[in-house]
Design a protein around this ligand. Structure first.
Ligand SMILES: C[S@@+](CC[C@H](N)C(=O)[O-])C[C@H]1O[C@@H](n2cnc3c(N)ncnc32)[C@H](O)[C@@H]1O
Length: 316
């Protein structure tokens, strides 16, 4: 399957973020069982496999078009690809016959090929249908959100997911201009409220992000994985999460801290009664950020935050 845009094959247009750091921290070993739970066009997956001769990789994505790109790029004999949500990773790992993984990567968000393809409706730079579904088999799309959700729900997602200071004014304008059919119309309505953007930022950036996160239920899906995501790791196995949104990163930080805690009892309890044990040790107390050179090369890396943890019980 070839997917082309006016800039060439779209898979080639996605530059993997912090790839050297991801490979260094996940330290994939020869023969290991690796998971890329957001495999996309396979950039990180290819780098992980290149570092670990004989390793096998389970690549997961919600987007069948992303999986087609990964399939074209990665060595078939070393890779198993699954169309699935990463919240179901435990089941997927069991289905391929592994007792756990030695390294797991979640590179959250979208790939450039998704964002840059007007037909997917994620971007405002070219006109396209109001879609924004990562998985085009899903029923909820951006047109449904924009044209049918109550104004207060639109304002809530714009404020919460988009961190948009003018959320209520934009929600009011969206309702007034219904029905909207295209990304261009959506961008124009938002531009009409906010005026021209500053410093190269399109005024609709936050609105598009918020609607996309709602359409794909991104935070809830991440929360479902983070509830017990450590359990997919073998002892000594490592997990790395790349987040591009402060809310996502906060969820990851909170979950990693819980996984690493030795007790989950409320602070004033004198004797521990929770029965919880630390599941991981944190390898990054603060998130790692891309360097200036990477951001200059790949501006989409600028908001990335990388956190890494290691499952306990591996003997160091
Ligand atoms: C940033 S891209 C990954 C790029 C890839 N790491 C690379 O370097 O080529 C994120 C990918 O994760 C997928 N994705 C996002 N949320 C997902 C979820 N909950 N389950 C499975 N895949 C998901 C998206 O469809 C997208 O293809």
């Amino acid at each position: 399957m070839t997917i082309e845009t006016d800039t060439g094959p779209v898979g080639a247009a996605h530059v993997p973020v912090m790839v050297a750091e991801v490979v260094e921290w996940l330290r994939p070993r020869p023969g290991a069982c690796l998971v890329d739970a957001c495999v996309g066009p396979g950039g990180h997956a290819a780098a992980l496999l290149a570092r670990a001769p004989g390793a096998t990789l389970l690549g997961v994505d919600r987007d069948p078009e992303a999986l087609a790109l990964a399939e074209a790029r990665l060595p078939a004999e070393r890779v198993v690809l699954r169309h699935a949500h990463f919240a179901d990773l435990r089941t997927l790992i069991a289905e391929v016959g592994w007792d756990g993984a030695d390294a797991v990567l979640l590179d959250l968000g979208m790939s450039s090929y998704q964002l840059d393809d007007p037909a997917r409706g994620f971007g405002f730079r070219a006109d396209g249908p109001l879609d924004m579904r990562m998985d085009r088999g899903a029923t909820l799309d951006a047109a449904t959100v924009v044209n049918t959700w109550p104004e207060r729900d639109l304002a809530r997602i714009l404020a919460e997911y988009g961190e948009e200071p003018r959320a209520r004014a934009i929600a009011r304008a969206l309702v007034r201009h219904r029905p909207l059919a295209t990304t261009g119309e959506l961008a124009r309505v938002v531009g009409g409220v906010l005026g021209p953007g500053r410093r190269g930022h399109h005024p609709a950036t936050r609105t598009f992000q918020a609607i996309r996160m709602a359409v794909n239920d991104e935070l809830d899906g991440l929360g479902r994985f983070l509830a017990d995501g450590y359990a997919v790791l073998r002892p000594g196995g490592r997990i790395a999460v790349l987040a591009y949104h402060s809310l996502e990163d906060r969820h990851v930080k909170t979950a990693f801290r819980r996984w690493a805690a030795t007790c989950l009892c409320p602070p004033r309890v004198m004797t521990c009664a929770c029965g919880w044990d630390a599941k991981v040790r944190l390898l990054t107390r603060r998130p790692l950020r891309p360097g200036a050179a990477e951001i200059a090369r790949n501006p989409r890396a600028r908001s990335a935050r990388l956190r890494v943890a290691e499952r306990l019980g591996g003997g160091g």
